[in-house]
Design a protein around this ligand. Structure first.
Ligand code: L3W
Length: 434
């Protein structure tokens, strides 16, 4: 994690790197928990909700839904259920995505403070961190930090001397991608099979155990203390685009310096690739980019000047997603790479709805057959058809439509490569780097 000199990098500037974590004393020494004290002494939940609305913070988990709007949908009047839940979605498992891990390991108290603030804003009295099973070191650190926060009076009864009370639990998942989908996450927390629920009702109205629930991503929640300390205008002005704040971007693939960097929202793909990731490794050319994890559409070298914000990436035909790019180089077979991704999505389908359960494995088989030199011309039509049958609106959740995004865009930008496999009856990439 490298914060950039001369740029404001509120989420990461104190992260030490090398997996070292900020303890409570260090976090307090850099102003940690002052936002919490300020809010509990001088702001109502409605005022905090308004501040976050004014900041124009959008969810950093992939969908970019307005955080203030999401919070505002929680019923708050005297008629509203007393029990409400706040959940941090730390089930980071999107291929190529490793941004939340840096926050979880580097500054867990920042997340905990953000969670308490978010919980206060919706008047939740119970909260959970739903953590990816494989993030073992984060689990150890979070456990220690939660104990510190309880001992310091930031959790439990009478938080920071106020009337507000909150219990915060760490819950580790069992290693399924679908648990990152918020309603499957709720089922998993309830001890049920992790299948998505129909929406509406959205969790804000009927979530965990049927009570109003907010599920926010780790990076989203980590922004909240900084918005409280510095204001909505400051947060909006951190950005170089319509979307406010900073963003933790990442780059992986055959680049000189793969990694993650906190940068102004709207940093261009070119700056990310050439300045921060150091350009392609010698001997490799850029061929394609998945801008926001594996469930986004490919962009190409023609898109380098696109700003990495929600609207600009969507206008270019893809999605910002998690903002962590996977770079495909010219020595990697696009058919093999997309097959590899479909293998992941087929394995991670929860099996709840038929198009996803049956469709993705079929797509995987067709791609494998093409990659092995047994593809037929009509297979490309079959693949095109699947991108529509498994597209938005035809499945229970975003898993299958997300899986179709790299496929449909590979068929658009790299179709001649698919055709070459079929004509030559083999993969034209000698070293099969997929
Ligand atoms: C009330 C409405 N609330 C939407 C809320 C909804 C949720 C949030 C986003 O998937 C994406 C997906 C992956 N009234 C609402 C509403 N909401 N409409 O807004 O909802 P939605 O449905 O747009 O998306 P989602 O199903 O939550 C998230 C993509 O992220 N993704 C994957 C990320 C993976 C990770 C990970 O591994 N941890 O982050 C990458 O792009 O494909 O499209 O809270 O309740 N009318």
């Amino acid at each position: 994690m490298n914060s950039q000199a001369g740029m404001e990098t509120p989420l990461t500037q104190y992260i030490k790197g090398n997996g070292a974590s900020l303890g409570l004393k260090e976090y307090e020494a850099i102003g940690g928990y002052t936002a919490l004290k300020k809010v509990l002494q001088s702001m109502t939940p409605a005022e905090l909700q308004q501040l976050v609305m004014d900041s124009k913070l959008k969810g950093r988990g992939g969908a970019g839904f307005s955080t203030g709007t999401k919070w505002s949908l929680v019923p708050m009047g005297p008629e509203a259920p007393k029990r409400k839940y706040l959940i941090a979605n730390a089930d980071e498992m999107e291929p190529g995505t490793f941004k939340d891990r840096l926050l979880l390991e580097g500054n867990p108290h920042q997340l905990i403070e953000g969670m308490i603030l978010a919980a206060y804003a919706i008047q939740a009295d119970i909260s959970y961190i739903f953590l990816r099973w494989a993030y073992r070191s984060a689990a150890v650190l979070l456990k220690k930090c939660l104990e510190e926060a309880y001992a310091a009076g930031y959790l439990g009864q009478h938080i920071a001397g106020s009337d507000y009370k909150l219990e915060l639990y760490l819950h580790t998942g069992v290693g399924r991608y679908i648990c990152g989908e918020e309603t499957a996450l709720l089922n998993a927390l309830e001890g049920k099979r992790a299948t998505p629920r129909a929406k509406p009702p959205f969790p804000q109205i009927s979530g965990l155990f049927g009570k109003p629930t907010i599920v926010n991503n780790v990076e989203t929640l980590s922004c909240i203390p900084h918005i409280v300390n510095n204001g909505a205008t400051w947060f909006r002005n951190l950005s170089s685009s319509e979307d406010s704040g900073t963003k933790i971007y990442g780059v992986s693939g055959k680049v000189r310096n793969p990694g993650a960097w906190e940068l102004p929202m709207g940093t261009t793909i070119r700056e990310l690739l050439e300045e921060h990731a150091g350009g392609m490794l010698p001997g490799y050319q850029l061929k394609g980019i998945l801008p926001g994890g594996a469930s986004t559409d490919f962009l190409t070298g023609d898109h380098l000047d696109i700003k990495m914000d929600f609207a600009a990436v969507a206008a270019a035909g893809s999605r910002l997603g998690t903002g962590t790019m996977i770079v495909m180089d010219d020595k990697t077979c696009p058919v093999g790479m997309v097959h590899n991704l479909q293998h992941f999505f087929a394995q991670e389908s929860c099996g709840w709805c038929t198009p996803c359960r049956e469709g993705i494995p079929w797509v995987e088989k067709i791609l494998w057959s093409i990659e092995q030199g047994a593809g037929r011309k009509e297979d490309l039509e079959l693949l095109d058809m699947h991108t529509k049958f498994l597209g938005p609106g035809n499945t229970f959740c975003a898993l299958a439509p997300g899986a179709m995004e790299p496929l449909q865009s590979a068929l658009k930008y790299f179709r001649p490569e698919f055709e070459k496999h079929i004509e030559q009856k083999k993969c034209p990439y000698a070293n099969h780097t997929h």
